[in-house]
Every structure is written in C-alpha cells, then in structure tokens.
Design a protein around this ligand. Structure first.
Ligand code: FES
Length: 92
C-alpha cells in the first residue's frame, strides 16, 4: 500500500492590478505526481480560479510550459515535490 503524504505547492496568482503573489495549497500525494496533476487537483478541488493550459500530457506539445522553481519546464514532465513554486511562463 502506498503512503499518502501532504505536499505544499506554491502557485503565483495574479490579480487585476497585475501584482503576482504566491498562494500556498496543500494537497494529498500518493505515489508519483507531476506538476500538471497538482494543478488539476488544485483547480478541481481547492481553487477553480487557478488556470493553466495542457494538451498532450506527454511532453510533446509544449502547451504546459511554465516556470517551475525558477526554470522553464513542462508541467506534465516535472515531478512534484514539497514546496515547489509554480509560475506562469512569460516572455519578456
Ligand atoms: S501537455 Fe503537452 S507538453 Fe505538457
């Protein structure tokens, strides 16, 4: 039997004034989860205002590209860990 642990994810949320702030969410993690799984959980069960894009879920389309712990990565191919920081991918 796989043990369930609680992980905290920090997602940068933007308000109408354009100021982004990290908001922390706690979610159960059983076995291996990736960042896309975490975003789906948060959107479905904790905060429907969390939005993201995805399509293939296999690391092919690039639709889930975002900044994760300061690196530009694919959410569907990045393993989840406690305290992870998830940011939109922005081109400056
Ligand atoms: S959903 Fe296509 S690369 Fe992640």
């Amino acid at each position: 039997m796989t043990k369930t642990q609680t992980l905290e994810v920090r997602i940068r949320m933007y308000s109408d004034n354009g100021q982004g702030e990290f908001k922390a969410f706690s979610l159960p993690c059983e076995g291996e989860m990736n960042v896309l799984n975490a975003l789906e959980y948060v959107h479905a069960r904790l905060d429907p205002s969390v939005s993201y894009r995805s399509s293939c879920r296999r690391g092919v389309c690039g639709g889930c590209t975002m900044t994760i712990d300061g690196k530009i990565l694919l959410a569907c191919m990045t393993d989840l860990h406690d305290g992870i920081e998830i940011d939109p991918y922005t081109v400056e």
